[in-house]
Design a protein around this ligand. Structure first.
Ligand code: KG4
Ligand code: ZN
Length: 396
């Protein structure tokens, strides 16, 4: 076992549209957490342009890592390991972080640790929990935990077991089409709102009536779907589907002839992309549509997650990923968890969306068991989290 004398890990994350670096001590104490966002670059396109993302990562990686070290008040030689996201994500974007991390590790003679982005999101919750536990002596979360990772690229459920420093993940649910965050982004785009769409919808929804437009979700039958690389699609898997609601919103705007209003909003927000402007440019029907969309997505996630938690005997819930920043989601999940007496944890807002502190935190248990990557490490755009990535599963 490595000697965790100082336990300083540099995390590097570049899987999508954020170039991030962070220094975390012993998997729990965040010394720095730097994120260079590419929102301004991708905004005009209403989504991430992979080629532009790679270029921006190349531009940002050196200053972001330097800033993370400076803010942590350490230098490269103080590090115990370099951790980097190796998937899932955009190949070109991942490769920037991986190449930089490999070079640093080689030049410094330090271990390199590969971290699955989804495992990082799960550890973002535990990082916060670890801080809470240290600071307030609150009870740590009991395991097994059911983790919902809900972001722009993913809507996954994992049953998480922890045995000392070994973590195992069993994929027990996923989306069969769009991720929930993708639905937020696409609906925001078609309503003439900004990018990424989640924060805009989150901010507008409280101004509308969430019961005004009745959306429904088709029930997806697990047996109709073959197991993917993530494994886990069997008769007991929980399946999500968010492409239908996006189409339903589009149809609603067509039936109610909202095109001119949407175009006015799009032009107005291009000049003044502020929330106040978005509210001013949204009539009651639009605000009701936004509120109803958000309520429908949050309730679908909530119902299926709690149903799976009960069926699998989960002792706690961990909710993470960009959509876990949604305020209505936090309120409604927390209310049901309190009703059921089920402990629930969310990362704090800055750790919900992509960051590198979560990557350094997820690397800590791997550091303790010498689970190091070689210099042949490369990007795996569809890297699964589960049996293939984390060794043998624990029985339920
Ligand atoms: O985890 P993340 O930063 O990147 C991925 O791994 O995808 O998640 C980004 C996603 C975007 O789809 C964004 O619209 C969504 O998270 N998001 C939100 C909120 N903040 C970010 N969705 C709903 N409500 C929010 N407040
Ligand atoms: Zn993410």
């Amino acid at each position: 076992m490595s000697n965790p004398s100082t336990g300083l890990i540099l995390g590097i994350e570049s899987s999508c549209d954020e170039t991030a670096a962070a220094v975390v001590r012993r998997g729990s104490e965040v010394l720095s957490n730097v994120v260079a966002s590419q929102i301004a670059t991708h905004s005009p396109y209403g989504g991430v342009v992979p080629e532009l993302a790679s270029r921006e990562h190349l531009r940002n990686i050196v200053p972001v890592v330097r800033t993370a070290l400076r803010e942590a008040n350490i230098s490269l030689v103080d590090l115990d390991a370099i951790a980097v996201t190796n998937g899932p994500g955009l190949a070109g974007a991942l490769l920037v972080g991986i190449s930089y991390a490999k070079t640093l590790a080689y030049a410094l003679g330090k271990p390199l640790i590969a971290v699955n982005h989804l495992e990082g999101h799960i550890h973002a919750v535990l990082l916060e929990q670890a801080q809470l536990t240290t600071n307030s002596e609150a009870d740590p979360l009991p395991f097994p935990a059911l983790a919902l990772v809900v972001s722009g690229g993913h809507t996954h459920l994992y049953l998480v077991h922890r045995h000392r420093d070994t973590w195992t993940y069993r994929n027990v649910g996923h989306t069969v089409d769009d991720a929930a965050g993708e639905a937020f982004d696409k609906v925001a785009k078609l309503l003439g709102l900004g990018y990424p769409g989640g924060p805009w919808i989150d901010a507008l929804a409280p101004h509308g009536d969430p019961t005004a437009v009745p959306f429904s979700f088709a029930q997806v039958k697990p047996k109709a779907h073959r197991p993917g690389r993530g494994g886990g699609t069997d008769a007991t898997s929980t399946l999500f589907s968010f492409s239908g609601i996006k189409t339903a919103v589009l149809r609603y705007t067509q039936v109610h002839e909202m095109a001119a209003r949407i175009q006015t909003r799009r032009i107005g927000l291009a000049i003044d992309p502020s929330l106040a402007k978005a509210v001013a440019l949204s009539d009651e029907q639009t605000l009701n549509l936004v509120a109803s969309f958000q309520r429908a997505v949050v309730d679908d996630l909530r119902r299926k997650t709690f149903r799976a938690a009960e069926a699998l005997g989960a002792a706690s819930l961990l909710i993470s990923g960009g959509v876990a920043a949604n305020r209505e989601l936090r309120v409604r999940f927390t209310a049901e968890a309190v009703d059921r007496g089920l402990p629930i944890a969310f990362p704090k807002m800055s750790l919900a969306t992509d960051n590198a502190a979560m990557i350094a935190a997820a690397a800590w248990p791997k550091f303790l068991i010498n689970d190091f990557a070689s210099q042949t490490l490369t990007a795996d755009p569809s890297l699964p989290l589960g049996k293939a990535a984390s060794g043998p599963l624990n029985p339920l």
